[in-house]
Write a protein that binds this ligand. Structure first.
Ligand SMILES: [Zn+2]
Length: 235
């Protein structure tokens, strides 16, 4: 199984990276986790848009789904078959043509539990991100992607025992006193609780000090920690 970081900026694209987008490949199957603003162009460095087999959108914030529009254009142009798209139930209202264009996307509302992704098993959990319907994803026993969530029981249960924890670290400790996002500290603590062998911190805002965020995560994680960068692969 291979994970490629396509985009890792939080909120808006930065000068070096588009927003959240992660390509998971296994046995010839291509699963995309999120497709945030500014990430469809860079995606073409790693996979042809028409070659994707499945897309999971964690929640209907633009930095996680907005480039579905660009992906639809590419796939329509290539006359690719509808791609299976799993996402929050409010995604079709965020992109109104989503369900009226069945030739492009075959949409399924996310539900708690497991589903297939080629030879992989995808497990979804509903997590806490303010008022949003937000989902985190586990791929086999290998990868857990937090999406946007505050610390919560559901993410602890989903992440338990994963090898690679791909976690949003949306700021420093104290930046989110009301929850809604993991910080570098809470991402590090989650990695420790779940027994991850590697923590990859992502959702990094371009105006924040990424070195300080990395240093804080390192302080609280008992496994190696790396910062997501476009093109980083983990296998
Ligand atoms: Zn969000």
């Amino acid at each position: 199984m291979k994970l490629t970081i396509v985009g890792c900026s939080g909120s808006v694209p930065g000068p070096e990276a588009g927003c959240s987008c992660y390509l998971v490949e296994h046995d010839g199957f291509r699963l995309l986790l999120d497709l945030g603003s500014g990430s469809c162009g860079p995606l073409m460095r790693y996979a042809a848009p028409e070659s994707l087999d499945q897309v999971l959108i964690s929640h209907a914030h633009g930095d996680h789904y907005a480039d579905l529009v660009s992906l639809a254009y590419h796939r329509g142009r290539a006359q690719a078959p509808p791609v299976r798209l799993i996402g929050p139930s409010d995604l079709p209202s965020a992109i109104t043509w989503l369900t009226s264009e069945p030739d492009l996307y075959s949409f399924e509302p996310a539900v708690v539990g497991t589903t297939g992704a080629g030879a992989m098993t995808l497990r979804l959990a509903r997590v806490e991100h303010g008022d949003m319907e937000a989902w985190a994803a586990r791929v086999d026993d290998w990868l857990c992607y937090t999406g946007d969530t505050g610390p919560c029981e559901a993410i602890d249960e989903l992440a338990a025992g994963c090898r690679v924890l791909l976690a949003a670290a949306s700021g420093l400790d104290g930046d989110y006193p009301r929850g809604g996002h993991l910080t570098a500290r809470s991402a590090g603590e989650l990695a420790t609780r779940c027994g991850a062998r590697l923590l990859v911190i992502t959702h990094l805002r371009s105006w924040m000090d990424a070195d300080a965020i990395l240093a804080e995560a390192v302080r609280y994680a008992d496994c190696p920690v790396v910062r997501a960068l476009p093109g980083l692969t983990i296998a």
